[in-house]
Design a protein around this ligand. Structure first.
Ligand code: NI
Length: 249
């Protein structure tokens, strides 16, 4: 159930039986020589939409831009500043709060978003605390990182071991291969210099990681692996979302 494919009347009737929504969030950034620029958006969107279809849960429009400043030295990367993403998340959540939504489950595809999204949640809660509205119930937000869910991390270890790495990972690229079989890319992967430090900015990042990967071997990715990641993560998100609605955790 995609919000942008529904009418306001359909959303109104959804709100009569649920106050929850899943919102995919990603980033538009380089993903090594074989990864699609939209990898971090595609993965959580595919999983969220599967959950939404199977369990009748509303899925909001994907936030396609995130914290990608490290990747700006590679063509095609588009980044927000932290303050911009925080403001965007405040407006997104507060709009839906006015409509009656109370539980916001963000399914995230990009590790670089985590700190900023948590800061946005703090701003959103402060919006309510500082308002004079003491009557209406507060809202609750949760951040779930699809790639870090225990069942997903376990499958990545089984399939790729330490070749999973930290950026342009075979697991995320496998999901995009499964979702878009006509966009599978190949390239000769260079031998990378040894890992020394985590870079601070875009220029430093490209010096440390010349082809954009961080200790990963994306040539191991297969579309059939992607199908397994989507199945595994769909089951994990259904349970996690259910717990979130029940307990708020
Ligand atoms: Ni990624």
């Amino acid at each position: 159930m995609k919000l942008h494919m529904m009418t306001w009347k359909e959303v109104e009737s959804y709100l009569k039986h649920s106050k929850g929504i899943i919102i995919p969030i990603g980033s538009t950034e380089q993903h090594g020589p074989t990864g699609l620029i939209g990898t971090d958006c595609i993965c959580p969107t595919v999983i969220a939409e599967r959950v939404g279809e199977e369990d009748g849960i509303l899925v909001g429009p994907t936030i396609n831009l995130g914290m990608a400043q490290h990747h700006l030295a590679f063509p095609g990367t588009v980044s927000l500043r932290p303050g911009t993403l925080i403001a965007l998340l405040q407006d997104y959540v507060n709009s839906l709060r006015l409509n009656g939504f109370r539980r916001f489950y963000f399914l995230n595809g990009h590790g670089g978003n985590i700190n900023t999204v948590q800061a946005a949640f703090a701003e959103i809660y402060a919006d309510h605390s500082f308002s004079s509205d003491t009557e209406s119930p507060g809202i609750r937000c949760k951040l779930a990182n699809w790639f870090a869910m225990p069942e997903v991390a376990k499958l990545a270890r089984e399939l790729y071991g330490d070749k999973e790495g930290h950026h342009a990972t075979p697991s995320e690229i496998a999901v995009t291969q499964f979702a878009f079989t006509d966009h599978i890319k190949s390239a000769v992967l260079e031998t990378l210099p040894p890992y020394r430090r985590f870079p601070t900015d875009a220029t430093d990042f490209r010096q440390c990681f010349p082809d954009g990967r961080i200790r990963s071997d994306p040539s191991l990715a297969r579309p059939e692996h992607g199908a397994r990641f989507v199945d595994t993560c769909t089951a994990a998100v259904k349970k996690d979302y259910g717990d979130f609605l029940d307990t708020g955790l």
